[in-house]
Design a protein around this ligand. Structure first.
Ligand SMILES: O=C(O)CCC(=O)C(=O)O
Length: 218
């Protein structure tokens, strides 16, 4: 006797295939990872397209992360921070299982250099070209005096992440990051170099940045 799958089973199987086909996943990390050695003990690793089928992850984060607008003091007045934010501390459950997988894969890869795992995730949403982040190093905490690693996964519309030596000077490295690209800043980069995502008047879509950092680095 042959058994005929019901129409319902077929639909379910089709749906499962479709959603599995769209599911984001990580490409092998070592393949395609290029290191840019900067001055004064700083380096930047770039791995284009590390998150494959990143669109589904991007849409999930856009919809499900409790994005918050923040304000900060600028001289004598308070201004809007030009991007939305959400911070996940060490104990927090990340908003998608793939981010935990990415954090663990990066922790394993960089352990010989870093000596500790990545533990926190800072998420930023750049809604359009009016959002950006000015020149800075992540120097709150231990990174003001110790070498460290900050890994950034970029999703959605690409925006250039630019780097220059601390204290000014022309941009020395400009990396357009989006659509699942990975950029990792390491060594003395947070102390001796600065990075920024400049605002732009060009029409650009939203971008989400996921920054994975070790304990005590912000
Ligand atoms: O958008 C990015 O990828 C950079 C974010 C950043 O530098 C920061 O939040 O400190």
């Amino acid at each position: 006797m042959t058994t005929q799958p019901s129409l319902l089973d077929e639909v379910t199987a089709d749906e499962a295939l479709t959603s599995a086909g769209r599911a984001p996943s990580l490409a092998p990390l070592g393949e395609g990872l290029v290191r840019h050695v900067l001055s004064r003990g700083a380096w930047v690793d770039v791995r284009p397209g590390w998150v494959q089928r990143s669109e589904a992850l991007f849409e999930h984060l856009l919809a499900d992360v409790p994005w918050r607008a923040e304000r900060r003091q600028m001289y004598d007045r308070e201004v809007d921070v030009p991007r939305l934010l959400c911070f996940y501390g060490e104990e927090a459950v990340l908003p998608h299982a793939l981010l935990a997988e990415a954090r663990d894969a990066l922790s394993a890869h960089y352990l010989p250099e870093l000596g500790e795992p990545l533990r926190t995730a800072g998420l930023c949403l750049y809604r359009d070209g009016r959002d950006g982040v000015a020149w800075h190093g992540d120097r709150l905490g231990r990174s003001s005096r110790e070498d460290t690693v900050v890994a950034i996964i970029s999703l959605g519309a690409p925006r250039p992440l630019v780097l220059r030596p601390r204290g000014g000077g022309p941009t020395a490295l400009r990396v357009p990051v989006g659509h699942g690209d990975l950029l990792v800043m390491g060594g003395s980069c947070q102390r001796t170099w600065e990075h920024a995502v400049p605002k732009t008047s060009k029409p650009v879509g939203p971008r989400v940045s996921v920054q994975l950092r070790p304990r005590g680095v912000r």
